[in-house]
Ligand binder design. Structure first.
Ligand SMILES: Cc1ncc(COP(=O)(O)O)c(C=O)c1O
Length: 356
C-alpha cells in the first residue's frame, strides 16, 4: 500500500504483533517500570519520500529499524522528537494532555531542521491509535502513564550534506512510573560555566537530538557534583538563566509572583511551562516572562525573596533557596496541573483529549 496518506483514522494500516508479551510477563514488567525501560508491543510508522510525500502509515509490531551505514541521520543528526504522556483517568478512561501543542512544536522543529512537516492530524492520529492499541500497558502504580515518543529522522542513504530526501516518522510507547519517585521534591542544580546549551540563531527552541547530545557533558558535570540537573546560562553574556537540561525553570518570589525566562529562541517552549503560566494566571498569580540573572538569583536567595526550590551549586560555591524543600506555590501548581491531567478538575482550556 503506497498511496500518500493525508490523515484520519483510516490512514493507518493495522498489522498486529504476532508475538505480544504475555499477560503475566507484562504484569511483572509493570510493577516498577521506572522511566524509558519498559516498551509496549507496537509502534506507529509513517514514511516520507520526496515526490510521494507521506505514505504507508501503519501501527505495527515494535521491531528494530535496519538502516544502511550511510543513512544521513547517523552522520549529520537530522532528527527531531517529542515527548508526551497518555494518562489513565480516575473514571477508567484514557486521555492525552495537549497533544496538539506537541504536534505544533514538532513541526516547528521540523522547519528548523529542514525536514518536511507532518500533517498535524497524522501526528495526533498516530498517538491516539498507539495508545488505544496499548491500553493494557498502563502501569497501575501511582503517577503511572504511557509515555509517547514521536520522532522523525533522515533515512536517505547518502553522504552529501543536504536535507535528506527520505524520512521515517515513528511513535513508540513506554510504560512509566512517576518521574519523581516518592513525590515531587526540590531539585539540586549545577550551574554550567564551561558549556552553554544554545546560542542565538542556533537550534535551542527545536527539540532535536543534537541539543541533547551537546548537553550530556554538562549534565555529567552536574551528576559528578552531586546535583540532579544542570542549569544553562545564555551563550552571549553567560549571565541570564535559560533552562535546565531537561526542563524549563520558574522562580517563585515571597510576594507570590513568578518569573520565567522569555522565549527568545534559545530555550525550548515547554508545554508544561505554558500550562503553568496559564494556571497561575487563572489563579490570579502574577507571572512575568523576563530575563533573570544568576547574580540576581544569588541575591534573591540570600535575601529570602525566593520561596524554597532547592540548592544551586556553582564552581565558586553553593546557595540554598529557603529551606531547600518544595515551595507552597510549586506544590499548588503541581497539584492543579495533575488534577487536570487525571480528569479530577475542571479543564477550562480544553487541554485533555479523552480517548475513551
Ligand atoms: C530542554 C528541555 N526544556 C524543557 C522541557 C519541557 O518541555 P515540556 O514541558 O513540553 O515537556 C524539556 C522536556 O523534555 C526539555 O528537554
Amino acid at each position: 500500500m503506497n498511496a500518500p496518506v493525508t490523515a484520519g483514522p483510516a490512514a493507518f494500516r493495522f498489522d498486529p504483533s504476532t508475538t505480544p508479551v504475555d499477560a503475566n510477563e507484562r504484569a511483572a514488567r509493570l510493577v516498577d517500570p521506572g522511566f524509558g525501560r519498559v516498551f509496549t508491543d507496537h509502534m506507529a510508522v509513517v514514511r516520507y519520500s520526496e515526490g510521494k510525500g507521506w505514505h504507508d502509515a501503519a501501527i505495527t509490531a515494535r521491531a528494530p529499524v535496519t538502516v544502511d551505514p550511510s543513512t544521513a541521520v547517523l552522520h549529520y543528526a537530522q532528527e527531531i522528537f517529542e515527548g508526551l504522556k497518555a494518562y489513565c483517568l480516575d473514571d477508567g478512561g484514557m486521555a492525552l494532555f495537549r497533544p496538539d501543542a506537541n504536534a505544533r512544536r514538532f513541526n516547528n522543529s521540523a522547519r528548523r531542521l529542514a525536514m518536511p512537516e507532518l500533517p498535524e492530524e497524522l501526528f495526533l492520529e498516530s498517538c491516539r491509535q498507539l495508545v488505544r492499541t496499548e491500553r493494557d500497558w498502563f502501569p497501575a502504580v501511582d503517577g503511572g502513564a504511557l509515555y509517547l515518543r514521536p520522532f522523525m529522522f533522515a533515512s536517505e542513504a547518502f553522504l552529501g550534506v543536504k536535507p535528506s530526501a527520505e524520512y521515517l516518522y515513528m511513535v513508540i510507547a513506554s510504560s512509566v512510573g512517576a518521574y519523581w519517585k516518592g513525590g515531587a521534591r526540590a531539585v539540586s542544580i549545577w550551574v554550567s560555566q564551561n558549556y552553554t546549551r544554545a546560542a542565538p540563531g542556533g537550534t535551542g527552541e527545536a527539540k532535536c537530538g543534537g541539543n541533547y547530545a551537546a548537553s550530556l557533558a554538562a549534565q555529567s558535570e552536574a551528576i559528578a557534583q552531586g546535583c540532579d540537573q544542570v542549569v544553562f546560562l545564555d551563550a552571549v553574556e553567560r549571565r541570564w538563566v535559560e533552562e535546565l537540561g531537561g526542563m524549563n525553570v520558574f522562580f517563585v518570589f515571597d510576594d507570590g509572583s513568578m518569573v520565567t525566562p522569555p522565549l527568545t529562541g534559545t530555550i525550548l517552549p515547554g508545554i508544561t511551562r505554558d500550562s503553568i503560566i496559564r494556571i497561575a494566571r487563572d489563579q490570579g498569580i502574577v507571572v512575568r516572562e523576563e530575563p533573570y540573572g544568576i547574580d540576581q538569583w544569588r541575591a534573591d536567595a540570600a535575601s529570602g525573596r525566593l520561596t524554597p526550590i532547592g540548592q544551586v551549586v556553582e564552581a565558586a560555591g553553593r546557595f540554598t533557596i529557603g529551606s531547600g524543600g518544595t515551595g507552597q506555590t510549586t506544590q499548588r501548581m503541581l497539584d492543579a496541573l495533575t488534577a487536570i491531567q487525571r480528569g479530577r478538575a475542571a479543564d477550562p482550556h480544553g487541554w485533555l483529549e479523552r480517548l475513551g
